[in-house]
Design a protein. Structure first.
Length: 112
């Protein structure tokens, strides 16, 4: 399981709404791509690059218009973590701040 790149010429939308399916024309034949959410605007004959991770679309780039869409996966597989501040980070920060304040109080005025 890893990254897969599909590139080709946009042919047509197969469906609209929440299940967006479209077709790309490649030298070895047409390829159907299914995206779970909205896709960027595409016109016929635009060059499109789709990046998949584990069969799910994580990025679509329209090279003709310069439009790039990045999709967040709900449960990434592998040893990767999101780089954002979560509730766990806030709780750990509060706990360490509280412990630091308590330790300074117990050491007395000479530690200040």
């Amino acid at each position: 399981m890893g990254f897969q790149t599909i590139s080709g010429i946009f042919v047509a939308h197969k469906s609209f709404g929440t299940a967006n399916e479209f077709t790309l024309r490649q030298p070895n034949g047409p390829v159907q791509v299914l995206c779970d959410t909205a896709i960027p605007p595409m016109r016929e004959d635009d060059m499109i690059v789709v990046i998949l991770w584990g069969g799910k679309v994580i990025a679509i780039t329209n090279l003709a218009t310069g439009t790039e869409f990045h999709y967040r996966t709900t449960a990434p597989a592998g040893p990767y973590r999101r780089k954002e501040i979560t509730v766990t980070h806030c709780c750990c920060w509060q706990l360490s701040s509280g412990l630091l304040a308590i330790s300074r109080l117990q050491l007395g005025p000479s530690a200040r």
